[in-house]
Design a protein. Sequence first.
Length: 418
Amino acid sequence: MKIAVIGKGGREHALIKAFKDSPSAPEMYCFPGSDAINQLATPIPATDLASLIQWMKENQIDLCVAGEESYLVKDNGLANECEAAGIPCWGPHKQSAQLEASKEFAKEFLLRHNIPTGTAHVAADLDEARQFIAGKYPTVLKFDGLAAGKGVAVCMNEQEAESFLSEVFTEKRFGDGRLLIEEFLTGPEVSIFGALVDENYLILCPARDYKRLGEGDLGPNTGGMGAVASRQLVTPELMDEIEKTIVAPTVAGLRADGLPYRGFLYFGLMLTPEGPKVIEYNCRFGDPECQAVMPLLQGDLAAFCLAGAQGKFEPSLISFSDAWSVCCVLASKGYPESSHNGDAISGLDSVENGFVYHAGTTWNDEKGVYETNGGRVLAVVAQGDSLAEARQRAHMEAAKVDFDGSQRRKDIGFASFA
Ligand code: AMP
Ligand code: GLY
């Protein structure tokens, strides 16, 4: 079996390793990949979606897996193009991927299908936005389009709101687009992952991620500074409620709206005092949740995804252990406002009781070292029978890895756990 994974970050590194470790032992390919990923997968010499599809067809790729979201909505859409070329694809069609690509589309979908979520208004310009905010704080502002996890601002006061409004409408930092003004919700967050095959779904191992840069959940939002995963993160009763009020109605809603879906679907939830509510959908696995979840996976992920992409739902092919997994992200100097490349990374070889997934690194052949090459650089992941054991290992292993200006939260696995 030949599998091609689309993406280049830590999530794709984790997915590729999980596929490669599957009993069906697929040959792995990646686009665009990275130096670290290329140790496990052959890079595909494509330059865009069209040449990628062409290459996969010519090289008889059995399964294309969408790691990241951007290709799902680029041009005609990765899954649509794969379908036209006869390549099974694990990842939804362009029209379904609007659930992630447009916050407005997602909000309308949620309301139409009576799925619990915060109330919201959509503003086309600065004046409208100010009208909807109406001086009430905290307020949540969400840019309508894809913004690599940076298009959301939880604003505690007018100054914070005005600063984000100016990024969106004056500087146009995320390009053209409208803005959602959403009700501020409170409660712990949890990431739920579904593997959807048409009208069927399997709920995978849940996780919690840490979006803020600083300890104590302070500072700016990032792509994710760490994650904890375990089946024990959510009680069976709560998972039941999440399934009944959110997962099942979402899958039924996709069918009712004629939105085809085969692939991972990520439900970003807030456990509010009135029950779980959806704060976002993502049409792919979470990053860095994937790095925490994959080491807990048992069975044959490759066979499961291939069957799913072909429309065959085979949930017995995979399961998750009862262990805990903790993922600590190391980010480069200046992240998330900027990032710093070319800082030599030390200590990678001394990680023994964990695994290092590369997110933004490059191999310097001359010096014989990996160097930073992006905002989020690495994820160090470790497991244990208890949360305490897993986090102790993860932090101990992460502390062995270093580079100039590295940023790492020391409270991953502590914060948000009583
Ligand atoms: P999103 O990209 O939509 O997941 O939002 C990023 C982060 O902003 C979430 O993980 C939450 O911490 C926060 N957030 C999003 N929506 C809300 C909301 N309605 N109320 C409070 N916080 C929110
Ligand atoms: N961990 C958040 C995300 O993948 O969007």
